[in-house]
Design a protein around this ligand. Structure first.
Ligand SMILES: Cc1cc2nc3c(=O)[nH]c(=O)nc-3n(C[C@H](O)[C@H](O)[C@H](O)COP(=O)(O)OP(=O)(O)OC[C@H]3O[C@@H](n4cnc5c(N)ncnc54)[C@H](O)[C@@H]3O)c2cc1C
Length: 492
């Protein structure tokens, strides 16, 4: 039964903004604009708590964006689990990758009108401790049950006086004769299809977006792999408070991170959009042998229980928001591989930039808003391209299916093992705090050269000619998995 207040939205007024979708990004856009004094309508097809296996680990860069927006307390009171870094396993060996020191980063920006009354600081609860998040010398991430986090974001937006919430399925983006977007048509229970008008319509309808094509008919994601997800209960994680990336020469990457005191998420990569016919058989044969020993009892129990869920891993470079009256943001605009858990971080940092650029404009001045949105496309690139390209390039290496990629995979792990800057610099890309795409390129090719060096060392003096030939192939492969994606991100 839908609460009546979610069905009442007034269709006789023109809103400053309509936000389609109340997933991760929609509520942040709506609350941010409302705090800037805009009259906002947010439309969600289902305000009940969703149950999904996406968006469960937030990198420090995402938490910093939530602080900028004055919404960091959305990680409170949901049994969120602190994350202090990653541990990468490779054929049984392991290396720790702790998150960066706060002292090495710029201070968090507080958006005017959004940050007030300490809403940029976490609260104390049973799992999130103020001293850890506010006083620790290193950045932290957080992992949580996605639906609980979304509920918190939605509660924040519900508390904003300038926001009207509506439950309904948006079926059309409304256009004037000149093709400018003027609002949204929403199918509302008991009211049928109702037209709502706004100066600016935000499309935040997520991974399976219906409206992203309003930007361009070819704005369509590609899907080459999937994640098969399981819940491990009361698992003994090898490194508490770390995300685990389990790699090996003969298997695809397995991700493990604790999302509550009881629940640990395991995501097993599968190298196709089409899932294996016998998932249980595949998990027993291809995953179980590579699961660290301490996780085996909980893994075996989950396997026996037989509850699996899957998600496609999509890739979609962003397009410029060049349609008057329309702004596409979040997964509807831009997607990357979920391997590095960067999706929410990209989307939230986009919201911060967006509010900075247009939050103080009069939305009825549609031309000025459009000009700012055109600029926004270029300004977001430095930050977003790093997370996007890293995710794609790392997945290629971690899911290595040929000799050269396997050399790069090994090179990458050995590079991390060197420690010092070989960990300190890459972890800044992973955690979303270093928006420097050219620096990412430098590090990626340093890894590739290290892989070449290791290969030469392994071949020995007599194998040198062969090693040099293989080195060229390794570098060509590295260029192929990195350069086209960086180019697309920076030049699209
Ligand atoms: C397997 C997997 C794991 C992931 N893990 C992580 C992770 O650990 N960390 C991370 O940062 N990112 C992760 N991501 C990415 C992350 O989930 C997304 O980046 C994030 O959810 C995007 O937020 P969004 O608001 O754009 O879309 P969503 O969160 O998908 O929200 C879209 C909302 O729009 C609503 N909606 C859709 N259509 C309509 C309509 N027609 N009318 C009304 N409402 C509508 C939906 O109901 C939904 O509430 C993962 C992705 C995948 C695939």
């Amino acid at each position: 039964m839908v609460a009546q207040e979610l069905l009442n939205a007034d269709s006789s007024v023109t809103y400053d903004a309509i936000v389609i979708g109340a997933g991760v990004i929609g509520p942040c856009v709506a609350a941010g604009l409302a705090r800037k004094g805009k009259k906002v309508l947010i439309v969600e097809r289902d305000w009940d708590m969703p149950d999904r296996i996406v968006g469960e680990l937030m990198q420090p860069g995402g938490l910093r964006a939530l602080r900028s927006l004055g919404m960091i307390q959305s990680i409170n009171n949901i049994d969120a689990f602190p994350v202090t870094g990653y541990t990468v396993f490779y054929n049984g060996e392991k290396v720790d990758i702790p998150y960066p020191y706060k002292a090495d980063l710029a201070p968090v920006e507080k958006l005017e009108g959004l940050v007030k009354d300490g809403n940029d600081k976490v609260l104390e609860d049973s799992t999130i401790h103020i001293r850890d998040y506010e006083e620790d010398e290193r950045e932290r991430g957080a992992a949580f049950v996605h639906g609980k986090f979304l509920n918190n974001l939605r509660n924040i937006v519900a508390g904003e006086k300038n926001v009207t919430r509506l439950q309904g399925n948006c079926v059309e983006v409304l256009k004037a004769k000149n093709n400018e977007v003027v609002g949204a048509k929403v199918n509302v229970e008991g009211r049928g299809k109702v037209d709502f008008k706004a100066h600016l319509t935000f499309v935040c309808d997520g991974i399976f977006s219906r409206f992203r094509r309003e930007l361009h008919p070819e704005h369509i994601p590609s899907v080459d792999s999937s994640f098969i997800g399981m819940s491990l209960w009361n698992a003994k994680n090898p490194v508490p408070m770390h995300g685990h990336v389990i790699l090996g020469t003969n298997h695809l990457p397995i991700l493990v991170y604790q999302i509550s005191p009881e629940e640990t998420r395991m995501l097993c990569a599968y190298n196709s959009a089409k899932l294996p016919g016998d998932i249980k058989g595949w998990l027993s044969k291809e995953v179980q042998p590579h699961v660290p020993k301490s996780l085996r009892p909980s893994f075996d129990a989950a396997l026996a229980e037989g509850k699996y869920r899957s998600m496609p891993n999509s890739y979609l470079p962003a397009r410029q928001n060049d349609v008057t009256g329309l702004c596409v943001i979040g997964d509807a605009l831009n997607m990357r591989h979920p391997l590095t858990g960067g999706g929410m971080t990209v989307g939230l940092n986009d919201v911060v930039l967006l509010i900075k650029k247009i939050g103080d404009l009069d939305f009825s001045d549609r031309e000025t808003v459009l000009d700012e949105l055109l600029d926004y496309h270029y300004e977001r690139k430095n930050y977003d391209s790093v997370i996007n390209v890293l995710s794609i390039a790392l997945f290629a290496l971690f899911a290595a299916d040929n000799k050269n990629l396997k050399s790069l995979q090994k090179g990458c792990f050995r590079y991390f093992q060197k420690g010092g800057d070989c960990v300190k610099v890459p972890v800044k890309f992973l955690s979303g705090v270093n928006p420097q795409p050219l620096m990412l390129a430098r590090v990626f090719f340093a890894v590739a050269l290290y892989a070449v060096y290791l290969n030469i060392e392994e071949r020995g003096f007599l194998g040198l000619p062969m090693a040099l030939l293989e080195g060229i192939m390794i570098l060509i492969t590295a260029t192929k998995v990195f350069a086209p994606f960086l180019y697309r991100e920076l030049c699209s």
